[in-house]
Design a protein around this ligand. Structure first.
Ligand SMILES: [Cu+2]
Length: 110
């Protein structure tokens, strides 16, 4: 009985280690262009009216719409302001459906 319990304890401790640290998992990358509507620096979110989001092979991740995106890097967040036109990488991690914007560049207004 004791042996069995320690075996279970071993299994549980192995499970609690979980999958590899999420930030080390590679992401799918797509390109986004859009207009910043609103920036929420507290929650690190930007509301963006974006065109189709696709990768270099033309695979569409999402059609154009207006929605909020998490911004992970502080430097990216500080670049943003309502009214700016941006180009950015959309990072998508299929394992946990997480996505965010990075590599933000400010574009000249068309
Ligand atoms: Cu969208």
């Amino acid at each position: 009985m004791l042996k069995r319990l320690s075996f279970l304890a071993l299994i549980f401790s192995a499970l609690s280690c979980g999958p590899p640290k999420a930030d080390n998992v590679p992401t799918d990358r797509y390109e986004l262009e859009g207009d910043v509507i609103r920036v929420d620096t507290v929650h690190r979110l930007a509301l963006v009216r974006h065109g189709d989001i696709q990768n270099a092979d033309g695979k569409v991740w999402m059609r154009g719409m207006t929605m909020e995106f998490p911004i992970k890097q502080k430097a990216d967040l500080e670049k943003l302001a309502p009214g700016l036109r941006i180009k950015a990488s959309l990072h998508h991690r299929p394992q946990d459906l997480e996505y965010w914007l990075g590599d933000i560049q400010i574009l000249p207004k068309p």
